[in-house]
Design a protein around this ligand. Structure first.
Ligand code: NAD
Length: 462
């Protein structure tokens, strides 16, 4: 695959001073498909300096000009949607149809939403005898994971640019190619030099140097809770702003009045899509004891249909991690009804679509984020029990409620400790705030709430 052998700094591709490289691997056949620079601390420093130097100019542009650049960015991404899908398929392993429908289409929509928001947002408001200005936070460090590699980049960079911030992006080491493609689109959109900078590199080297850099005002991170915790501690010590999108263990609550077959089928699809590598996936299905056996049978049949249709996991480490969780589920007494720890193919980082029944709330597979195609089906006695189980993890990112009557589902959803709930299969909304309660994170992404993360207020009194 085509790759740049430089980092993107101050408006141009330049060699990384580190001289190190990262091999990009296709998870379907385990072959190296490209090499990109692994930036070092000195490269990160140069990128932050470029972003700092560009900040006053970009922060002072009229919102209409920033909107125009974002609109051009949206168009540049849309013009290359097929290339985006092929690139994500090559480096993440997602089936091409899924890459087209989700990995390419969603970030294009989100980029468009920020072109609109930049044009419409009230960056100035009157409050009594004050005028309140909404000003950019400053230089943003964006550190992103590999599971929705372009979406997670756009969900940070587009609102940051809309707000008037400048950015240094450190994408995940597994998926740097779509980040390079995004960078080309930013360049083609006419975003001024230094406003956006890309450093590909390893987390503990380039990522850490970026998170710790004194020239950064806000660190926006999506990824594991372990790394998020370290980044928040470092940022806290420096009194730096931080936004965190971390893990999840979301509950799919099927109330007795629901359309059981629909709720189970959509629930299984939700977990299996992207091979389970979705932070908001409904990995715990909660079913009333009277419908439990029927639901397990429906889930087994639904999972069997996914057999060969899901892609591999991103790398060997993730495959080993997910297989370890499946073995742990069996060891702790859960009943395997589909899939299992044995890899279905000799080559590639595949894991079979897996369903566990007889899962109890305290089991490891019901508490920890697995990040693979693994569903746990839990039994509840009554609504209070369902609520206790649903709220009984350290996470609170997403969830679902199904009921015959929408008001009944809404009443239950209002009692869940979580940032998003889909009612009877409600669609993804790219303008709705996305983010976590409890240890699922700090802050919100997408829409106007996502834009607010990159703004700070200044009040003038008259
Ligand atoms: P990770 O947290 O290690 O990686 C995410 C990003 O952080 C990458 O860009 C990485 O290079 C960077 N990073 C790593 N160490 C860093 C450090 N010390 N300082 C600064 N940046 C650093 O995630 P992972 O190892 O790829 O995945 C492990 C688990 O994390 C998964 O199994 C899953 O449970 C979870 N995860 C969650 C999400 C999510 O969307 N919430 C995304 C990816 C992974």
């Amino acid at each position: 695959m085509k790759a740049h052998d430089g980092i993107y700094l101050d408006g141009a591709w330049r060699p990384a001073l580190s001289g190190e490289v990262i091999d990009v691997v296709d998870p379907v056949d385990e072959q190296v498909i490209a090499r990109v620079p692994a930036a070092g601390a000195e490269d990160v420093d140069a990128a932050v300096r470029a972003a700092r130097a560009a900040l006053p100019g970009w922060a002072a542009t009229a919102p209409a000009e920033r909107a125009a650049r974002l609109s051009a960015l949206r168009d540049a991404l849309a013009a290359r949607k097929d290339e985006i899908a092929e690139t994500v398929t090559a480096e993440l392993g997602a089936p091409l149809a899924f890459s087209q429908a989700v990995h390419a289409a969603v970030p294009i929509a989100v980029a468009g939403s920020y072109a609109d928001l930049a044009a419409r947002h009230a960056f100035e408001e009157k409050v009594g005898n004050s005028t309140v200005f909404h000003e950019p936070v400053g230089v943003v460090a964006a550190i992103t994971p590999w599971n929705y590699p372009l979406h997670q980049v756009v969900a940070k960079v587009a609102p940051a640019l809309a707000a008037g911030c400048t950015v240094v992006l450190k994408p995940a080491e597994d998926t740097p190619l779509v980040a390079q493609l995004f960078t080309e689109a930013v360049h083609d959109a006419g975003v001024p030099a230094g406003v956006f900078n890309l450093v590909t590199g390893l987390g503990p080297v380039a990522g850490q140097a970026l998170a710790e850099h004194p020239g950064v005002d806000l660190v926006s991170f999506t990824g594991s809770t372990a790394v998020g915790r370290t980044i928040a501690a470092t940022a806290g010590a420096a009194v730096k702003k931080v936004a965190l999108e971390l893990g999840g263990k979301s509950a799919n609550v099927i109330l007795p009045s629901a359309d059981l077959a629909k709720a189970v089928n959509v629930g299984v699809a939700n977990v299996m899509s992207n091979s389970g590598q979705t932070c908001s996936a409904w990995t715990r299905m909660l079913v009333h004891r009277d419908q439990y056996d029927e639901a397990v049978e429906l889930a087994r049949t639904a999972a069997a249909k996914y057999g060969d249709r899901i892609g591999p996991l991103v790398n060997a480490k993730q495959q080993a991690r997910v297989r370890g969780y499946i073995e742990k589920g069996v060891a702790e007494g859960a009943r395997l009804v589909a899939g299992g720890a044995e890899p279905p193919r000799e080559r590639g980082y595949f894991v079979s679509p897996t369903v566990f029944a007889d899962v109890t709330p305290e089991m490891t597979i019901a508490q920890e984020e697995i990040f693979g195609p693994v569903l746990s089906v839990l039994r509840y006695e009554d609504e209070e029990d369902a609520l206790r189980i649903a709220n009984g993890t350290v996470y609170g990112l997403a969830g679902a409620v199904w009921a015959g009557d929408e008001a009944e589902a809404v009443a239950f959803a209002r009692r869940m400790d979580t940032g998003q709930v889909d009612i009877n299969g409600g669609r993804f909304n790219p303008l709705a705030p996305f983010g976590g309660y409890k240890q699922s994170g700090v802050g919100r992404e997408l829409g106007a709430h996502g834009l607010a993360e990159y703004l700070q207020t200044k009040s003038l009194q008259f």
